[in-house]
Ligand binder design. Structure first.
Ligand code: ADP
Length: 501
């Protein structure tokens, strides 16, 4: 037998998943990653712990199913994006903690750049908005905080990279990354597909510290035998996690969309060769590159989705687990005019109000826990609808269906309601590991397990489709109510918390 091994290095855990050629999961191993919060808003990972978790989960996934490491034909890597690591090329040791995408420690730097008027230039070159989320300002921070950095640069020992790049360096000794990861650094020009010298100078990053950028499907190197049970196995695919999920959902055509329903929602739309410039706050990014064929995507996110359900459980304590929201919601014929706008951390696409806070409208003496559950689930669907509408406007592309994955897709009420509100088919694969599946296919293409995208499309991946059943007038009424609720949420002026002291 021969298999594809995927390393899925996420924010909360590292997993190794082994697939056969039919994309069935043969083995899986998972290890949690420690989260460090050294200061308010700062988030670190220990890069050594990440590396050890890769070795541990690979070993376990292989040996628990008695697989001969020889049978691993190719490796794919998918990863939490934007998180950065600095390491010494000579010792292979990390020089600092990994700075996680969520970390806000470079907020002041980013505010300064916005004030100095760099926003338009950065959006034009990178497709991104200035934010601490992306790698560039984190690397600037490392440049100022690594001891003896000048000597390391002089001796060409300093290496920077995203997590895929760090893992690949450890496994193969090659300092490389792929275009999808590079496009999240805010240093990469998505038009020329190269590190942008103006941006490197703005953020004070020496070019030779950065990895070589390669297509998503290519030979990135071979494992050093001592790191892979005596075998030299090719790494044939690398993709950032959201792009991997888009590929794993087989969203290969222009206008195809995927939505991942987790803590928040992540939506990506394949825009083909086009790089639409968003007017509504969506990001333009590289989806993947196969050969010299580059595919782009528009990306938007909903900040609070599944976490609204967590709030019902942990904050309000009206449910014991997330599943209970489904019978709650189904017990009502409709929302009875109750809307929740879960703007716990402001509102994102397309409203962009950082001041807004969450609100609930339309409650009466008859409102119960069921209404709260239903309103929370409906809010996930309305917010995703808002992002999809923004994508339609920015891309000028029609959308015919949405591919979905993520933990909250187990809620069947949510799936049907989403189909109803969008007026679109919602397609949910039975095997929800789209991210790992995506990069497994990318790696499989490189070594010829799959001849082309057609071959991947012919693999049978069982799925459920939810068709829209709601009448148009009802749908429009519900959406009107939501839009009123959002408007009122944005207009509501809270007293300053300082005034309440
Ligand atoms: P993440 O990758 O962001 O941690 P997951 O994909 O694991 O998220 O999904 C977990 C989220 O989905 C949680 O926020 C949880 O509240 C929500 N969730 C899980 N099951 C359900 C359900 N049956 N109904 C509604 N929400 C759910």
């Amino acid at each position: 037998m021969s298999y594809i091994l995927v390393i899925d290095q996420g924010t909360t855990s590292t997993r190794t998943i082994i697939f056969n050629h039919q994309s069935e999961i043969i083995s899986m191993s998972q290890k949690e990653i420690t989260q460090y919060y050294p200061n308010l808003g700062w988030v670190y990972h220990d890069a050594n712990e990440i590396w050890l978790s890769v070795l541990t989960t690979m070993t376990q996934a292989i040996y628990q199913k008695n697989i001969d490491p020889n049978e691993i034909q190719v490796i794919g890597i998918t990863n939490q994006r934007e998180t950065v690591v600095a390491w010494d090329k000579k010792t292979e040791q990390p020089l600092q903690h990994a700075i996680v995408w969520q970390s806000r420690q470079t907020q002041d730097h980013c505010e300064r750049l916005k004030k100095e008027g760099y926003e338009a230039m950065i959006q034009e070159k990178t497709g991104l908005v200035i934010d601490p989320y992306f790698s560039a300002s984190k690397l600037s921070w490392l440049m100022k905080n690594i001891p003896n950095i000048d000597t390391l640069i002089e001796e060409d020992r300093l290496a920077f990279g995203t997590i895929d790049s760090f893992i690949t360096y450890k496994l193969t000794g090659n300092h490389v990354t792929d275009v999808s990861n590079a496009s999240r650094t805010m240093l990469f020009n998505i038009h020329t597909l190269s590190w942008d010298l103006d941006l490197l100078s703005l953020f004070d990053i020496p070019l030779q510290t950065l990895p070589k950028v390669k297509p998503s499907s290519c030979m990135f190197g071979y494992t050093k035998a001592h790191h892979f049970f005596g075998n030299e196995i090719p790494i044939g695919g690398i993709l950032g996690d959201q792009q991997a999920a888009l590929f794993g959902q087989r969203a290969f055509s222009q206008g195809d969309v995927k939505n991942t329903y987790g803590t928040g929602c992540f939506l990506l739309m394949n825009t083909g060769n086009d790089i639409p410039k968003s007017k509504l706050g969506l990001l333009s990014t590289v989806a993947w590159q196969i050969g010299d064929q580059v595919t782009y995507a528009l990306e938007g996110s909903v900040f609070v989705a599944g976490s609204a359900v967590q709030w019902l459980r942990d904050g309000l304590k009206i449910i014991e687990n997330a599943k209970e929201t489904e019978p709650h919601a189904k017990a009502l014929l409709h929302n009875e005019g109750v809307y929740m706008v879960p703007a716990f951390v402001g509102l994102g696409t397309p409203y962009w109000s950082s001041e807004a806070r969450g609100s609930i409208f339309g409650i009466t003496r008859g409102t119960t826990d069921k209404h709260f559950s239903r309103a929370a689930l409906e809010s996930i669907a309305y917010q995703s609808y808002d992002v999809i509408e923004a994508m339609k406007k920015d891309s000028q592309l029609p959308i015919t269906s949405i591919h979905v994955d993520g933990g909250a897709t187990s809620n069947l009420f949510l799936m049907q309601f989403q189909a109803d509100i969008m007026g679109l088919d919602i397609i949910k694969p039975d095997q929800l590991e789209s991210t790992a599946r995506g990069v497994a296919w990318m790696a499989g293409l490189t070594v010829g397990i799959y001849k082309d995208l057609e071959a991947i499309l012919s693999i049978h991946i069982p799925s459920q489709t939810y068709h829209p059943l709601m009448s148009n007038p009802l749908r429009e009424k519900l959406l009107e109510g939501w839009q009123e609720a959002v408007k009122a949420t944005i207009q509501y002026k809270r007293p300053s918390l300082d005034d309440l002291k």
